[in-house]
Structures are given as structure tokens and as C-alpha cells.
Design a protein around this ligand. Structure first.
Ligand code: NAD
Ligand code: UGA
Length: 454
């Protein structure tokens, strides 16, 4: 099938590469000429395990191409995926300017029947806006407006496991209209996703608005679980309970399940924070106050400050002259994505109190340099308090404590005797609960986890 992907970011690039891998002829469009040049030169603009291999092999066999040419890209695909960003507006609602700009371009250049797929995470009612935008362009061109149908097909992949998630989806959600054009589009979608449904039907067919809502409901549910566990962990710290034991104890109930129950220093990334906000905003538009989601968001804002607060409780409010090691900058392991990462909140807190910090991340250091330069644009002196080191153990030299923000595998089993020898004080503040407090006590390390004050 001939497919165009509009927006070649995390979702667009993974979608394009995986659909090419399945034998489709894919053209990916992006307005960012630099990104397209990197891809056309054989590079990958993001760190995502396994993506480089399938991008390279499908470029080589000619099934995957990249362009900045809008007209050519609209002409290419009978299927047009919209996978552009939907960042938060000033009021927290999803900013649809990129989605509607993509829709406008489709209407401006399309000929013949097109299936237009909203892959971006968009609020209820967006498919109707995309339809109207395309139709209005077609009207201006005096072309038949009954020549396309908009499908909602939200994406559920996780960064760091994106290729695996896309290739082995636990479900495919497709919202379509029930008119003649909708049914025609539905048949195209059936054919497109047939390879995923061979052993077991994974597609959930529904109306467009319900599909749009399903995406927000899924992210909001997951964010709620995390904030709930974080709140319990904070209480566990006060009452002398190990939240990790509790996690096992409740997760073994199949009605609860083990996933997404890890307490920590808050959820980050491009999606949970913005999608929780956007759903709250949608509710407000319809005169409903989503009380739970407001609490989820505020617990998370608080949780991103928890490590900083523990450091202040231990060392005092003035951290001048103190030096810390920080392991992990990305918002989660296996990605270089720094969007809404907890490390950014912690670094602000520590440097504004006068500390210096040696930081390490296996892949996110370049991205960290870029985003931290923006975070500290008004206070360049504070930016100079952050030093980057190439090896995690190098960060420990003379540090008053080690802080862990991202649970990279490389941090899970350090040589504790070496770690103790390098640190000035054998103290760990662990934002991801990597170690057992009893082992730490045995090793003579003062350990501050999240909800692990047994
Ligand atoms: P991203 O910022 O990485 O990529 C978006 C890309 O779209 C950018 O490269 C940008 O240059 C390009 N773009 C913007 N306007 C364009 C236009 N008119 N034409 C062509 N290209 C254009 O974003 P992302 O993380 O891939 O997210 C995309 C959407 O998918 C969002 O709605 C997000 O919520 C959703 N989503 C993201 C993930 C994830 O893990 N990142 C997972 C599921 C869903
Ligand atoms: C999340 C969802 O998991 C995907 O299904 C969804 O498609 C995506 O958002 C999206 O809409 O963009 P992602 O943000 O890539 O994926 O990463 P997650 O693995 O969900 O982690 C998000 C954040 O939650 C991370 O900061 C992680 O550290 C934190 N987290 C996760 C916890 O604090 N505890 C947990 O138990 C799980």
C-alpha cells in the first residue's frame, strides 16, 4: 500500500519504518529540513532501540523515503497519516495548529480518494475539524468534497520500546464513520493492519469520538496509577512501610496487575503530563471538573520535587559548597527524550540552592545540554554548576551524595565498595528504588528511596 506519514518524529518515524518493514511503500514528510537531511544521510534523529536497523534496511530496499516536499508527499499516499505534535496550549488544551496545518496541506494538494488517519493524540472532535479543513480546501479548488474519510487511530507505543510496541500491539483502536466513505476507509484499514491480526484479532472498531477519547483515557489511567502509588509511597515513608513490598502485594491481585505501579520521582515525557492536562481542559469545556485528574497532576508536580526535598531535609536549605552526583537525565530509560524529565526539576532545585552537580546519562547528554541551556537561559552562572561526565563512576568523585533519577540498566548493579570509596559521604537518594534498603544498610550506605523507610 502507498502510505504518507506527515510528521517524522517519535511516532511518525516508528510508524513509517514499521509499515515499510511490513512491505508498504512509505514516504515520510517533515517540515524540519535538518531532521529529513539526517534521515536521508543514513542517520536517526532520536535514540530508539532497534529503529536504526529497520530504517536502514527499508531505505536500502526503497520502501522508506523522507522528504520536505509537501505536494509530493500528499500525492504519494492513498493513506495519509497525521503524526505531528499536539503540544499543550497556554491553557493546557491540545494545540491543534500542526494537525490542522497538515490537514490543510492534504486538502490543498490531494487528488483521488484518500484515507486520512489521525495518529496524533487529539481531543474529541478533532477528526471533525480535520474533515472540515480538508473539505474547505477542496471546495476552494472546486473538487468533490466526498473524496476522503478521516479515521482516528491513536498510537499506544512507549518510547524506549517503540518498535516492539508497534510491531506487537496489544490492541489497535480504530474509529471510523459509518457512512459510505467511512466504510470504504474501514476496508483500507482492515487491509493495512491485517498482518497484526493474523493470530488473533487485535482491532477494536468504534466511532471516531470514542477512539479519540480512548487514547486520553488510557494515558490518564496510567498516570493515575503512578500518582496514586507515589502518594502511597510518601505515606509509606512516614509510617515505616516498604512500598516495594506493597507493590508486590497488591499487584498479584489480577484485578490490579503488576504494571505501572512503580513509585518514583514522578512521571515525565511528552505525553502523560500534556494528555492529563488536555483531558482536564476538555472536561472544563463541557462544564465538568475532573477532580481525580487535577489531583494526579498536582501529586506529580510535587513528586518531581521529592528528591530535592529529601536532599534539603538531609543537608539543609543552603547547599552552597556541596557537590552531588546525578545518574540519569532522560525521562525514562532507553530514550534520549528530556521532555518534562524529573531531572530538570531536581537540577533547578539543587543549583538554585548553590550546589554543583556532576551528571551522567548513557544517551541523553547531548539532548540534556540543549534543553538545560534553555532552562537556565536567564541564569547562565547556574548552568555552569552542572558538569557532564562520560562514565557513571566518574560522577561520584568527591560527591556528598549520589542521586538517581532514571533507572538505566547500567545503574542497577554498581560495584558498591568502589562507589563508597569514591563518594565523600556514602549516601544515595534513589528516585527509582533500584536497590534494597537492607542490602544498602549492610553495605554501610545511607539509603533514601521513595517510600522505603522500613
Ligand atoms: P515529535 O515532536 O517527536 O514529532 C512531530 C514532528 O512533526 C516534528 O518532527 C515536526 O517537525 C513535524 N511537523 C510538525 N508540523 C508538521 C507539518 N505540518 N507537516 C509535516 N511535519 C510536521 O512528536 P511525537 O512525540 O512523535 O508525537 C506526535 C504525536 O503522537 C503527539 O500527538 C503525541 O501525543 C502522540 N504520541 C506520542 C508518543 C510518544 O511516545 N512520543 C506515543 C503515542 C502518541
Ligand atoms: C506513555 C504510555 O505508556 C504509552 O502507552 C503512550 O503511547 C505514550 O505515553 C504516549 O501517549 O506518548 P511513554 O511516555 O513513552 O509512554 O513512557 P512510559 O513508559 O509510559 O513512562 C512515562 C513516565 O512514567 C516515565 O517518566 C516513567 O518513569 C514513569 N513511570 C512509569 C513511573 O513513574 N512508574 C511506573 O510504574 C511507570
Amino acid at each position: 500500500m502507498k502510505i504518507t506519514i506527515i510528521g517524522t518524529g517519535y511516532v511518525g518515524l516508528v510508524t513509517g519504518a514499521c509499515l515499510a518493514e511490513l512491505g508498504n511503500d512509505v514516504l515520510c514528510l517533515d517540515l524540519d529540513a535538518n531532521k529529513v537531511a539526517i534521515l536521508n544521510n543514513g542517520g536517526i534523529p532520536i535514540h530508539e532501540p532497534g529503529l536504526d536497523v529497520i530504517v536502514a534496511s527499508n531505505r536500502a530496499n526503497g520502501r522508506l523515503k523522507f522528504t520536505t516536499d509537501i505536494e509530493q508527499s500528499v500525492a504519494h499516499g492513498d493513506i495519509q497519516f497525521i503524526a505531528v505534535g499536539t503540544p499543550p496550549d497556554e491553557d493546557g488544551s491540545a494545540d491543534l495548529q500542526y494537525v490542522l496545518a497538515a490537514a490543510k496541506n492534504i486538502g490543498k494538494y490531494m487528488h483521488g480518494f484518500k484515507v486520512v488517519i489521525d495518529k496524533s493524540t487529539v481531543p474529541v472532535g478533532t477528526a471533525e475539524k480535520v474533515s472540515k479543513t480538508i473539505a474547505s480546501e477542496l471546495q476552494q479548488r472546486k473538487l468533490d468534497t466526498a473524496s476522503f474519510s478521516v479515521i482516528s487511530n491513536p498510537e499506544f507505543l512507549k518510547e524506549g520500546a517503540a518498535v516492539e510496541d508497534f510491531m506487537r500491539p496489544d490492541r489497535i483502536v480504530i474509529g471510523s464513520d459509518n457512512d459510505a466513505l467511512g466504510l470504504k476507509a474501514k476496508a483500507v484499514m482492515k487491509q493495512l493492519y491485517a498482518p497484526f491480526n493474523r493470530n488473533r484479532e487485535r482491532t477494536y472498531w468504534m466511532d471516531v469520538r470514542s477512539a479519540e477519547f480512548t487514547k486520553y483515557a488510557a494515558n490518564a489511567m496510567l498516570a493515575t496509577r503512578i500518582s496514586f502509588m507515589n502518594e502511597l509511597a510518601n505515606l509509606a515513608d512516614r509510617v515505616g512501610v516498604d512500598i516495594e513490598a506493597v507493590r508486590h502485594g497488591i499487584g498479584s491481585d489480577p484485578r490490579i496487575g503488576h504494571s505501572f505501579l512503580y513509585a518514583g520521582c514522578g512521571y515525565g515525557g511528552s505525553c502523560f503530563p500534556k494528555d492529563v492536562q488536555a483531558l482536564e481542559r476538555t472536561a472544563r469545556e463541557y462544564d465538568q471538573d475532573l477532580l481525580i485528574l487535577r489531583a494526579v497532576e498536582s501529586v506529580n508536580d510535587h513528586q518531581k520535587q521529592v528528591l530535592g526535598k529529601k536532599v534539603v531535609a538531609r543537608f539543609g536549605a543552603d547547599l552552597t559548597g556541596l557537590h552531588f552526583a546525578l545518574w540519569g537525565l532522560a525521562f525514562k530509560p532507553n530514550t534520549d527524550d528530556m521532555r518534562a524529565a524529573s531531572s530538570r526539576v531536581l537540577l533547578q532545585e539543587l543549583v538554585s540552592r548553590g550546589a554543583t552537580i556532576a551528571v551522567h546519562d548513557p544517551v541523553a547528554m547531548d539532548e540534556a545540554r540543549r534543553v538545560l541551556a534553555l532552562d537556565f537561559a536567564a541564569t547562565p552562572d547556574q548552568l555552569a554548576q552542572i558538569h557532564y561526565v562520560k562514565h557513571p563512576m566518574d560522577a561520584l568523585d568527591n560527591a556528598d551524595a549520589l542521586l538517581i533519577v532514571t533507572e538505566w540498566k547500567a545503574y542497577r548493579s554498581p560495584e558498591f565498595s568502589q562507589l563508597k570509596a569514591k563518594l565523600k559521604n556514602p549516601i544515595i537518594f534513589d528516585g527509582r528504588n533500584l536497590f534494597d534498603p537492607i542490602d544498602m544498610a549492610d553495605a554501610g550506605i545511607e539509603y533514601h528511596g521513595i517510600g522505603r523507610s522500613v
